[in-house]
Design a protein around this ligand. Structure first.
Ligand SMILES: Nc1ncnc2c1ncn2[C@@H]1O[C@H](COP(=O)(O)OP(=O)(O)OP(=O)(O)O)[C@@H](O)[C@H]1O
Ligand SMILES: [Mg+2]
Length: 318
């Protein structure tokens, strides 16, 4: 756990319902208790950080607990804000006669699937670039795996897209100059905007791949599907050069339960735990028992954060 707290950015990922939000929130609490200033960001469109903290998170930074600043990113709002920014930029670049058509095109593009993801990534990128210095730790609670993997590939996808746009723009400029036989020394505003976006994306990408700065925590439970999904995610992250800095094996059955139902579950759990130890041997692991109740409210979170930091840290249970 101590190693997790050495990072400056942590992502919590894993299959749906395994305990990503719960563990991310408990770790934020553990970090805040050591005096760190933490930014806890929920990127899952189905936010539940507000429910866990029993405090309303907003789409802008607001303190939710001493030392913890929370944000629940509002994807719809960010998409609208993103489109507005693009529109304003375009408005500065084109003459009013072309502007109407350009805006019509943007309206069309804004309804395309994917805009929300681009806007969400843009907002995350802003937080990574802008907030890295003002917080000791930024924790991203993410949506189930597939969505997050697509987000992490965004800089790569967008870079080639921006490169293609820049190339077309450069060709157009060269063509114009040849036709008009004029050479203007002014830098082209569209090219400048594209280049700035590319620089920002590269900065975000560099941060995500900086192993001592950013880490990915995979949360799973000892069951078939979460194990397979986490193994795939670990592979994809490794291929993208993102550091997987630990796994949290959640909802381990309590000890001393009797009855054939529990014995059967326990037997299955032992097999899967063994498999997790084997397949995820290269990652530090934290094993967390199932609580008697579901986990929400500061009291429960404190209990879990103590477990994350406690003597069982790293040692397989049961
Ligand atoms: N160790 C545990 N003991 C008991 N209940 C737990 C434990 N961990 C998580 N839970 C409960 O499991 C449910 C799902 O947890 P959580 O919302 O953190 O999962 P998630 O991975 O974030 O889900 P989603 O993919 O929907 O975002 C919650 O009701 C939570 O209280
Ligand atoms: Mg969640």
């Amino acid at each position: 756990m101590r190693d997790l707290l050495k990072k400056r950015i942590l992502f919590f990922g894993g299959k749906g319902g395994v305990g990503k939000t719960t563990c991310a929130s408990a770790l934020a609490l553990a970090a805040a208790k050591t005096g760190k200033r933490v930014l806890l960001v929920s990127t899952d469109p189905a936010h539940s950080t507000s429910d866990i903290f029993e405090r309303l998170f907003s789409r802008e930074e607001a303190e939710v607990y001493p030392g913890i600043i929370g944000i629940e990113i509002d994807a719809d709002f960010e998409a609208r804000r993103y489109i507005e920014t693009v529109k304003n930029q375009i408005a500065k670049l084109f003459s009013p006669s072309v502007l109407k058509e350009a805006e019509r095109q943007i309206e069309l593009v804004s309804t395309m699937p994917g805009v929300e993801e681009v806007a969400l990534f843009d907002r995350m990128g802003d937080l990574i670039v802008r907030c890295a210095d003002s917080y000791d730790l930024i924790i991203f609670d993410t949506a189930p795996t597939g969505h997050t993997m697509r987000l992490l590939r965004m800089p790569e996808l967008m870079s080639s897209w921006i490169e293609a746009l820049s190339k077309r723009r450069k060709n157009l400029i060269t063509l114009n100059r040849t036709l008009e036989r004029e050479g203007s020394g002014e830098p082209d505003p569209i090219l400048t905007t594209l280049e700035r976006r590319k620089e920002k994306l590269e900065l975000v990408r560099a941060r995500l791949m900086q192993h001592n700065f950013t880490g990915f925590v995979l949360v799973l439970v000892p069951e078939r599907l979460p194990i397979e999904e986490s193994a795939r995610a670990a592979g994809t992250l490794r291929d993208s050069n993102v550091n997987v800095c630990g796994i949290i094996v959640n909802r381990i059955l309590p000890e001393n339960l009797n009855g054939s139902f529990y014995e059967a579950r326990r037997k299955q759990e032992q097999i899967y735990s063994e498999e997790i130890r084997r397949r995820f041997a290269e990652y530090p692991s934290i094993w967390i028992r199932q609580f008697e109740t579901d986990i929400y409210g500061i009291k429960n979170l404190e209990r879990l954060s103590e477990m994350l930091a406690g003597p069982n840290d790293g040692a397989p249970l049961g």
